[in-house]
Structure formats: structure tokens, C-alpha cells
Ligand binder design. Structure first.
Ligand SMILES: O=P(O)(O)O[C@@H]1C[C@H](O)[C@@H](CO)O1
Length: 301
């Protein structure tokens, strides 16, 4: 039996990674309750879940109803799986993701990626809210993620820890071209068509554990390392998606500029993150919609 962490309750010591059969139970639950067979999955970042509301012919599944599912506890992450059509294309959309800082181990944060794979998903679009580390970035910029730095991995933590199940993917995994080169190129062309190229960036994302935002010293270190944006998600989901051979594309919305001066009293806060996400909603949603159409037209794997 799986028990979620609450303030009164701790995760039992014997808790182990999900088995193939447990994840299959989740995918069967969803497939038995929808007529749609999505090949594209979407994970929405903080305040960006409104994208799911654009889907037609929706079947909505609260995480609390799906067997073995964790729950979303963060504001701006509604906590349901929405299966529907986006411009006639069947998609499955996580309206709310799981973060490590909520108390979930990385393998648990990423379980829905494997559930999507078992449903037949081949391509994954992810969005997140992130802080701008690159001093040239502005609030409201949209960064196409070119690559990431896996700080959890450096620290000896990975969603792929434990016995490897070859039905999902290989024990050892190459991570170059994790963020598909061709999709990134096409996304830039789409942004130009949309006339939003002035807010489009392409850069390096790093996920820190959170829930604290960065200190001045940490931001300066990230700048020295060549990081462009910092957040608290996405990297582990991308690792699991690549492990099961999904094609990946990801966008960071820059919701705040990370502070690099000790005299600067600007305080990062989640209300601002959600507000900026709300202001950039229409550009993020339209760009994402067009990328889904491009993903759908692409038959290579
Ligand atoms: O789920 P994402 O990565 O979009 O959420 C970011 C990181 C934290 O969860 C939160 C901080 O404001 O927003």
C-alpha cells in the first residue's frame, strides 16, 4: 500500500519505486475511461496549467482518483490529468506536476511520464516557470531549453536510481540532444511567424531542489557555470522521458530575474511567478499549440 507524506505522516521506510505493473494499472485506468489515444504528452508549469483548458472533448481525471498517483500540493498546479484534443490532435496533459521539494523522491515525481509512455505517448512538451540567471534575460521572456545541468545527479540522486526495468529503457543513458534539435529549430521559426522572436531565448536550465529561491552567492555561481535559467522541476521528467525514448521539447517562462547584488532587496515570490505566467499565458499557449501541431506532423523518432 502506498501512503503519501502529510504533516502528520511520514513516507514508510519500505517504500520502493513503482513497479511496471503499478504503472500499467494507472495507464489502464486512464485508457479504459477515454476514447482518445494520445501520442503527445504535455506537462504544465506553475501557473501555466490553463493550457489544458484549451482542449476540446476533455476527459478529466483528478490525481486523487487515479490508482497509485501522488497529489499536487503547490498553488498553480491543479492536480489532474486532462485528455482531450488540441487542434484535433489527441493529447494527454498534466495540469500540475510533482516536485521533489513537496517531499516526493525523484522516481515518484516522474511516474506520470512512464504512465504516459504506457498509454502510447511518444513525444513530450514541458513548460516551467523559472528565474532568469542570464543578466540579459527579462521578465516575460520565453526560453527554449537547449540543455540542462543535472545538479541532483551531481549530488548522487536520479529518478533512474534502483533496479533498471529494460521495458522502459537502458541502464545507462546518453543525454546529448535530450531537447530535440529539430524541434528547437522549428520552435524558433514558429516564434518568428508569431512575431514574438524578440522575447524568445534559447539557453541552459538548471533545477535546484527548492523550495528556497537562490541566494546571491548561488546565482553568481550559476552565472559562472553558464546557466541561463533556474527552476525546481523538469530535469527529472526529461531524464525519464529520454530513458523511455520520448522526443522532448521544453520551454521556460522567465518569471523573475534572480538577484545578483547584495544591495538589491527584490524578493522572488510565488505570487509574482503566477502573475507573470498569467500575463504571458496567451503567447505561451499559442506557441505550445503550434509546437504540438509540429510534433504531430513529425514522423521521425
Ligand atoms: O513547476 P514549475 O517548475 O513551473 O514551478 C516553479 C518552481 C517552483 O515550483 C515554483 C516556484 O515559484 O515555480
Amino acid at each position: 500500500m502506498r501512503v503519501e507524506r502529510t504533516t502528520e505522516q511520514t513516507v514508510p521506510k519500505e517504500e520502493t519505486v513503482y513497479t511496471y505493473d503499478e504503472l500499467k494499472q494507472c495507464s489502464n485506468y486512464l485508457l479504459e475511461r477515454t476514447q482518445l489515444r494520445p501520442k503527445i504528452g504535455i506537462i504544465c508549469g506553475s501557473g501555466l496549467g490553463g493550457f489544458a483548458d484549451q482542449l476540446s472533448d476533455q476527459d478529466v481525471f483528478p490525481y486523487t482518483d487515479i490508482p497509485n498517483f501522488p497529489t499536487s500540493t503547490v498553488e498553480g498546479h491543479a492536480g489532474c490529468m486532462v485528455i482531450g484534443k488540441l487542434s484535433s490532435i489527441p493529447v494527454v496533459c498534466m495540469k500540475g506536476r510533482f516536485h521533489h521539494y513537496e517531499g516526493y523522491p525523484l522516481w515518484k515525481c516522474t511516474m506520470a511520464v512512464r504512465v504516459m509512455k504506457l498509454m502510447g505517448v511518444e513525444k513530450l512538451l514541458l513548460t516551467n516557470a523559472a528565474g532568469g540567471v542570464n543578466s540579459e534575460y527579462n521578465i516575460g521572456d520565453i526560453m527554449i531549453i537547449k540543455d540542462h545541468m543535472n545538479f541532483q545527479g551531481f549530488g548522487g540522486n536520479s529518478p533512474l536510481f534502483g533496479v533498471n526495468d529494460e521495458r522502459f529503457g537502458p541502464r545507462f543513458l546518453a543525454m546529448n540532444n535530450a531537447y530535440d534539435r529539430d524541434l528547437r529549430k522549428k520552435a524558433k521559426a514558429i516564434a518568428t511567424e508569431m512575431k514574438i522572436e524578440n522575447v524568445i531565448r534559447e539557453g541552459i536550465y538548471v533545477m535546484l531542489g527548492g523550495p528556497t529561491y537562490e541566494t546571491v552567492a548561488e546565482t553568481r555561481m550559476l552565472q559562472m557555470l553558464g546557466v541561463d535559467a533556474v527552476g525546481m522541476s523538469t530535469v527529472q521528467e526529461v531524464i525519464v522521458a529520454r530513458h523511455c525514448n520520448m522526443k522532448v521539447f521544453a520551454l521556460s517562462l522567465i518569471t523573475n530575474k534572480c538577484v545578483t547584488e547584495y544591495e538589491n532587496d527584490d524578493m522572488a515570490n510565488h505570487a509574482e511567478v503566477i502573475a507573470v505566467a498569467n500575463n504571458r499565458k496567451s503567447e505561451m499557449e499559442e506557441l505550445s499549440r503550434r509546437i504540438v501541431i509540429t510534433m504531430n506532423a513529425d514522423n521521425t523518432n
